[in-house]
Ligand binder design. Structure first.
Ligand SMILES: Nc1ncnc2c1ncn2[C@@H]1O[C@H](COP(=O)(O)OP(=O)(O)OP(=O)(O)O)[C@@H](O)[C@H]1O
Ligand SMILES: [Mg+2]
Length: 278
C-alpha cells in the first residue's frame, strides 16, 4: 500500500491534481482517492451521485471516499470494542461527544490512523487498495494533521494510545510507503510560500516533498501571434520560476483550457506519472 498526500495553498489545484493522479494510476493499481472532512468537493467536481465514508466506484476506474475525523474515530472504536452496544454506551453519550470535540488533535489522529491502517500497520478493517491518494488539506491545516500522531505520542508515553500514535508516525516517516506532493502556482508569492512550507515539512519528515507547479501557461512563438497577454503571462511565469526554483526541482502541469473533467484529468495525468514510479 502506497499513500500520496497532496497539499498546497488554498485554490492552487490540490484536489484537481489528486484526482488526476488517481485517474492516471487507476488502470495499473487499485486506487482510492480520499477527501478529508465532512463535505465533499468531488461530488460536484466529478459529477458523482454521492461521496461518503465507504468507498464508492467512479466511472474512471478509481474509488472515492470522504473521511471525517469523527467517522474515522467511530469506526476505530467499533473495531476495538467489537460489541455494538458497548460502543454506543461509550460514544453516544454527551460527555464523550464533547470530549471528542474538545480534545486537540484527536480528529486528526483518527484520520491519520485510518489512512495508515493498511500495511505495514494492519490495524482495523482491511482496505483492498494498492494506492491511496489523499486530497490532503491546505498547507495551514496540513502540518497539524501530519504532526498530530507525533504530538500525541510525545504526551502519551504508555498504553495502546501511545503505541498507536507512534506506529502511525512511523508510517508517515516511511518514504517507502508515503509520498508528499506540494502543489503551487508559477507566481512569486505562491512559490515563496511553497519554499517556506517545504522548510517546515522537511524539518518534520527529514526529506523534501515533490513539487508540482500547476496552471503553467506555455506557448510556442508560432502559437502566440496575436495573443500577447498570454505571452506576457508565459514570460512572467518563466521569470518567477527561474527566480525561486531549479528547473528540475518540480513537475510542471499545463493550464487546461477546458471544463470537461475527462480533458482536465486526462491532460494532467501523464505529467504526474513519475510521482508513482519510484
Ligand atoms: N491545470 C489546470 N488547468 C486549468 N484549471 C485548473 C487546473 N488545475 C486546477 N484548475 C481549476 O482551478 C480551480 C481550483 O482547483 P482546485 O479546486 O483543485 O484547488 P484546491 O487547491 O483543491 O482548492 P481548495 O483550497 O479550495 O481545496 C478549479 O476550478 C479547477 O478546475
Ligand atoms: Mg480542494
Amino acid at each position: 500500500m502506497k499513500i500520496i498526500f497532496v497539499t498546497g495553498k488554498g485554490g492552487v489545484g490540490k484536489s484537481t491534481v489528486a484526482a488526476a493522479l488517481a485517474f492516471g494510476q487507476a488502470q495499473a493499481k487499485k486506487t482510492l482517492l480520499v477527501e478529508l472532512g465532512s463535505r465533499s468537493f468531488y461530488r460536484d467536481f466529478l459529477g458523482l451521485p454521492q461521496v461518503v465514508y465507504q468507498p464508492q466506484k467512479t466511472p474512471w476506474g478509481f474509488d472515492i471516499s470522504l473521511w471525517s475525523g469523527e467517522e474515522c474515530l467511530k469506526e476505530y472504536a467499533k473495531h476495538l470494542l467489537k460489541i455494538e452496544s458497548l460502543y454506543r454506551i461509550f460514544f453516544e453519550n454527551k460527555v464523550t461527544k464533547s470530549l471528542i470535540q474538545a480534545a486537540p488533535g484527536l480528529p486528526e489522529l483518527a484520520m491519520m490512523g485510518k489512512i495508515t491502517s493498511g500495511p505495514p500497520r494492519n490495524i482495523g478493517p482491511r482496505l483492498p487498495y494498492e494506492l491511496m491518494i489523499i486530497d490532503g488539506l491546505s498547507t495551514g491545516h496540513f502540518l497539524p494533521l501530519v504532526q498530530a500522531p507525533k504530538a500525541l505520542a510525545d504526551v502519551v508515553s504508555f498504553g495502546p494510545m501511545g503505541e498507536q500514535s507512534r506506529s502511525i508516525d512511523r508510517v508517515l516517516h516511511d518514504a517507502h510507503h508515503v509520498k508528499y506532493v506540494l502543489v503551487t502556482l508559477p507566481e512569486e508569492l505562491p512559490l515563496k510560500e511553497g519554499l517556506e512550507f517545504e522548510t517546515k515539512l522537511s524539518a518534520f519528515l527529514g526529506w523534501k516533498p515533490t513539487w508540482v507547479i500547476n496552471k503553467r501557461i506555455q506557448f510556442a512563438d508560432t502559437e502566440v501571434k496575436g495573443v500577447n497577454s498570454l505571452q506576457r503571462i508565459d514570460n512572467h511565469q518563466t521569470q518567477s520560476l527561474q527566480k525561486f526554483i531549479q528547473a528540475d526541482q518540480a513537475l510542471q502541469l499545463p493550464f487546461i483550457f477546458s471544463h470537461q473533467i475527462q480533458e482536465i484529468l486526462g491532460g494532467l495525468a501523464p505529467k504526474l506519472g513519475s510521482i508513482c514510479e519510484s
